[in-house]
Design a protein around this ligand. Structure first.
Ligand SMILES: [Zn+2]
Length: 180
């Protein structure tokens, strides 16, 4: 815009400036390929770009929030419609089957012998899949199970209370053990 610069009136200069700004804004409008108006963005343009970015991030957060709210309402619906539990809670005992206990006093988990007076806990042992897998019944479910109010899976059987060493009891979770 150097030509005729000396001849410009203030009105002409303003008009040229306005034209330039309008052209730059048009160049940045959505759908424009951005090949024109490659001069560095004005503060206004930068703010508009920033605003668009913030709006986009808000849009993303709204989508995530909508998804979470939808999930929440699904969970609430299940909680409201689901009847009382029918099966006792069981926890798999990650046992070591390589041991071969020599005495009647052994730990159900590591399967090492315990001294008869050694500190230990008990678990209510439920063997599932025709005796294949040892599980501990949650102590809070034992009374209901014994009263016939809770069941165990098909092909599982109740083996009664068995010993578990203290270290293994902690690994299993003391909440799953009974006092000896
Ligand atoms: Zn053990």
């Amino acid at each position: 815009m150097n030509f005729h610069q000396n001849a410009q009136s203030p009105q002409q200069a303003l008009h040229l400036e306005l034209t330039s700004v309008t052209r730059r804004l048009a160049a940045r409008a959505p759908g424009n390929d951005g090949l024109v108006g490659q001069d560095s963005p004005s503060p206004q343009d930068s703010l508009k770009l920033e605003l668009a970015d913030v709006d986009r991030r808000i849009g993303n957060l709204k989508a995530i929030l909508a998804e979470k709210l939808e999930k929440r309402s699904r969970i609430l619906m299940v909680l409201e419609t689901e009847g009382p539990r029918t099966e006792a809670r069981l926890k798999f005992i990650d046992f070591d089957a390589r041991r071969d206990p020599k005495t009647p006093f052994w730990c159900i988990m590591c399967q090492k012998d315990l001294k008869p007076d050694q500190a230990h806990k008990l678990v209510r042992l439920i063997l599932t899949d025709h005796g294949a897998w040892p599980h501990a019944m949650h102590p809070d479910d034992v009374a209901s199970f014994d009263a016939g109010e809770l069941t165990i899976p098909e092909n599982a059987h109740d083996h009664g209370a068995v010993r578990i060493g203290m270290d293994c009891a902690k690994k299993l979770g003391l909440a799953w053990t009974l006092a000896p």
